[in-house]
Write a protein that binds this ligand. Sequence first.
Ligand SMILES: [Zn+2]
Ligand SMILES: [Zn+2]
Length: 260
Amino acid sequence: MTVPSVFDTHCHLQKKYYDDVDAVVARARGAGVCGMVTIGSAGSVAIAEEAVALAESHADVWATVGFHPHEAAAVGRSELEAIESLATHERVVAVGEIGLDYYYDRSPRDRQREAFASFVDIARRVGKPVVIHNRESDRDCMDMFHTERIGDVGGVVHCFTSSWELARTALDNGMFLGFTGIVTFKRSEEVRDVLRRTPHDRVVVETDSPYLAPVPFRGKQNEPAWVAHVVPFVADALGLSVSATAELTTANARRLYRLG
Ligand SMILES: [Zn+2]
Ligand SMILES: [Zn+2]
């Protein structure tokens, strides 16, 4: 069976989650994954450094660097300086994930907005796109898109689960939308509806590993190899074949992360 090549635009390949990260990367290759972007964004600069090191040692893995909105309260001047310096690394393709999460509210909302703005400034200075995380914060996220002129930097709203209004605002700013295993879940009609309305050239796929394993692996620890299971659902929503969807989303991923 020929496996169409697929690009996992968002995964967290950390030793904290996987005993053997190299084996996870190898399984992804075996499943036809031609590229992976590991997200070096949690609550410390060390996580960003771990992502960069992984990208340095694998030709088909690239990294992002940033601080997750959950950890926005931990972002100070020295963290911003360290992330900006890492962001200039040739294997770093974006700043993120950054953004807002008012579902968990793990950091005060004003600190989340402040960190968001600072990281967009960094992206602007280093000339790279951003990876946006948004959960239950649509209104403020759209406001930030305007005030921070997100269209200048571009990027992706990852793990899309928000309203069509937010999707349209992101699309109007030239951004991509990232779809995870959530599109394979029965009750995700709203997300599939957004997907159906999204221009084909703005759709990318992701696993968000180790979370959100797609059907039929729901509940298990996710890994990039399973991004192939997201593709048929995306294909169905877009009215394309599976192989055309794999090809399309891979080309989109390469454009998003400017991989030439
Ligand atoms: Zn996220
Ligand atoms: Zn993530």
